[in-house]
Structures are given as structure tokens and as C-alpha cells.
Design a protein around this ligand. Structure first.
Ligand SMILES: NC(=O)c1ccc[n+]([C@@H]2O[C@H](COP(=O)([O-])OP(=O)(O)OC[C@H]3O[C@@H](n4cnc5c(N)ncnc54)[C@H](O)[C@@H]3O)[C@@H](O)[C@H]2O)c1
Length: 314
């Protein structure tokens, strides 16, 4: 099969039943690509890909680190590209379980690269994170592991002629993000708490800034990186390009619930990044990507069940 933008491609998505993975699967199917996913359902949910399965999507519900699983899938499916999203997402979780973080956020990437390179896959798009930022090194376990993964992929790209794109996503929010999961972001958590008339907790003084990316935009960026043949190897930020303080997000969410309780403040968490330093210019230049959904709009979709709902309300 030629790697042509206009023809249907075979794309393997790891972490396909998760939050970003399942939206990416939906978008790839919409465009007409042939999609297979791997997910051990440790965090993902079968329901996230239920509709996709009716549209020809196949899910391998297994641990990709288990001996032979990935090799079997890649050998039989022969994907043109792998979008690697299986991993540990929460900053706090990565601090608590550094071993698990390394297994999922470093070892799994190395395995994907090795197996893909050995079987002629030409492109890997990696779900990296804005948490890699920090001078001289990222602040927390998650950022360090993601950066190590990026370096592994750079090496594979250099030695094997593969294209490896590390998409450093900012804070992604939207439907199917489980507000109860430890890795859920503030937009989803705040929206869920306000819906249930519960106070929201702000860690630190709330002046920390974040770039928030709607999951539909994240999926589009990943799709472009996986399907555009001209996109070169390297890292780029997948972000909205607009920052908000956590206080602003709290205000915005609470404006939909004027009678809700006041926020509660708690001590800052050590691994949290103080200010977002993401830059949308490389994604614009190389993918033609710019975010299309503002935080206000994305939030309306999340809060109004008629427009788009939290996972459990969907
Ligand atoms: N959500 C965000 O804001 C965000 C931001 C930046 C980067 N990322 C990265 O994007 C990726 C996807 O994030 P998400 O928010 O969709 O998380 P998620 O937890 O919803 O999705 C990850 C999926 O991977 C699966 N998985 C985990 N270990 C596996 C294994 N060994 N084998 C097979 N499947 C496995 C889980 O079951 C889950 O469905 C992660 O790598 C994360 O670090 C997420």
C-alpha cells in the first residue's frame, strides 16, 4: 500500500479504548482509514469504542507489553502508521508509582519502536506531553519518562529511516475523560464537580497557567501527524496556543453553575508545572494544525449533555 494522503491507510492505535485514543479512532474511521487498536482496558472502556466496532474497527484487548502481542498484531495488520497512546497519564500517579510509569511510559515506547521498525512500519506518532518542558530537565517522573521515550524514538528514526513524531499534547479535555480517574484534567474534574454541586479544589493559589486542548482537536493533530507523508520526524507541541490560569477555568466553569459552592484551596502539588510554555508554531508549520475549539466552546459541550457529555452521562 502506498503511503498516500488520499488513499485509505492502515493505522494501529495503542490505548485505543482510552480517552484520546477512542476519539482518534473515531476520526480515523470518519476519514475512511482502516483502524485496529490495542488496549488492555486497565484504564480504557469498551463502551468508548462500541460505535467504532460497528464501523469495522477491531480491538485487541491485551497488554501490549505481553510477549508477542504487539508483534502478532503488527505482523498480521501491517500498519502504515502506529499512533502510540497507551501509557500512564497522571502526573501524580507517575510520582506515586515510578516503576509502573517507566514500564508504561518508557518500556512500552521502546517495544513499539523495536517491533514497528523490525516489521517495516514507516511512521510512529507518540502521545507525548507538555510535561517534558522544564530546564534543564522536566520536573516530574512523567515528564522525564516521556522525554526518554522521545529520545528513544529519535534514535530509531535516525537508525531505521522511520518517521517518528512526538506530539506533546497540552491538557486535553472532553467527553469520555473519566472525571474520577487520577489522571483527569481540571476542566473535566471541575465540570463534573460543579454538575454534582460539589466544591472544586484548587491546588496552590490558582495562578498557574495551562493550555487546554479539546480532545477533538487533539485527535485531529494526531491524525494529521500519522497520515501526512510530508510531516518530518521530531517533537511538536499539540496545543491551543491560549493559556488560562486555573482560577480562570474555575470561574468559567462556575459561571454555568452560579449557585454552586465556592472553591476550596489546597497546597500545591510538587510535580505540577507552574506555567505552560507550549508553542503552537511547529504544529502549524508542519501539520497545518491549529486548534479550532475554544475553551469556552469546549466547556459548553462538556457541560450541556445535549452538545457533548461527560463519559458516564453519555
Ligand atoms: N489526557 C491528557 O491531557 C494528555 C496530555 C498529554 C499527553 N497525554 C498522553 O496521551 C496518551 C493517552 O492519554 P489519555 O488521556 O487518553 O489516557 P487514558 O488512560 O484514557 O488512555 C490510555 C489507554 O492506554 C491503555 N493502556 C495502558 N497500559 C496499557 C498496556 N500495557 N497495554 C495496552 N493498553 C494499555 C489504557 O487502558 C487506556 O485505555 C497517554 O500516553 C498520555 O500520557 C495525555
Amino acid at each position: 500500500m502506498s503511503f498516500d494522503r488520499d488513499s485509505s491507510l492502515r493505522i494501529l492505535v495503542t490505548g485505543a479504548a482510552g480517552f484520546i485514543g477512542s476519539h482518534t479512532v473515531d476520526l480515523l474511521l470518519d476519514i475512511g482509514h482502516d483502524v485496529v487498536g490495542i488496549d488492555d482496558l486497565s484504564r480504557g472502556h469498551r463502551v468508548n469504542v462500541k460505535a467504532a466496532r460497528h464501523r469495522g474497527f477491531r480491538l485487541v484487548d491485551d497488554d501490549l507489553l505481553c510477549s508477542g502481542v504487539l508483534a502478532d498484531v503488527i505482523t498480521s495488520f501491517q500498519p502504515d502508521a502506529v499512533i502510540h497512546l497507551a501509557g500512564l497519564t497522571g502526573i501524580a500517579e507517575a510520582e506515586k508509582w515510578p516503576h509502573r510509569n517507566r514500564r508504561l511510559n518508557v518500556d512500552a515506547t521502546r517495544l513499539v519502536a523495536e517491533v514497528a521498525a523490525g516489521r517495516g512500519v514507516r511512521r510512529i506518532v507518540f502521545g507525548s506531553s507538555a510535561a517534558v518542558s522544564g530546564e534543564p530537565e522536566p520536573k516530574g517522573e512523567l515528564g522525564r519518562a516521556k522525554l526518554e521515550s522521545e529520545r528513544i524514538l529519535e534514535e530509531f528514526a535516525g537508525n531505521n529511516g522511520m518517521i517518528c513524531v512526538s506530539a506533546r499534547m497540552s491538557n486535553v479535555y472532553g467527553s469520555r475523560q473519566d472525571p474520577e480517574a487520577p489522571q483527569a484534567g481540571v476542566v473535566t474534574i471541575f465540570a463534573d464537580r460543579c454538575k454534582r454541586r460539589l466544591p472544586i479544589t484548587i491546588f496552590g493559589d490558582g495562578t498557574q497557567t495551562r493550555d487546554f486542548l479539546a480532545v477533538q482537536d487533539a485527535a485531529r493533530g494526531l491524525m494529521l501527524a500519522a497520515t501526512r507523508p510530508e510531516v518530518p520526524s521530531g517533537a511538536l507541541d499539540l496545543c491551543s496556543g491560549t493559556t488560562h490560569t486555573v482560577l480562570e477555568v474555575s470561574k468559567l466553569v462556575r459561571s454555568h453553575f452560579p449557585k454552586g459552592p465556592k472553591p476550596v484551596f489546597a497546597p500545591a502539588r510538587p510535580a505540577d508545572i507552574t506555567h505552560s510554555t507550549v508553542d503552537p508554531s511547529r504544529a502549524l508549520e508542519q501539520l497545518g494544525f491549529s486548534a479550532s475549539i475554544s475553551l469556552e466552546e469546549g466547556l459548553r459541550g462538556l457541560i450541556d449533555p445535549g452538545v457533548g457529555a461527560l463519559r458516564r452521562a453519555a
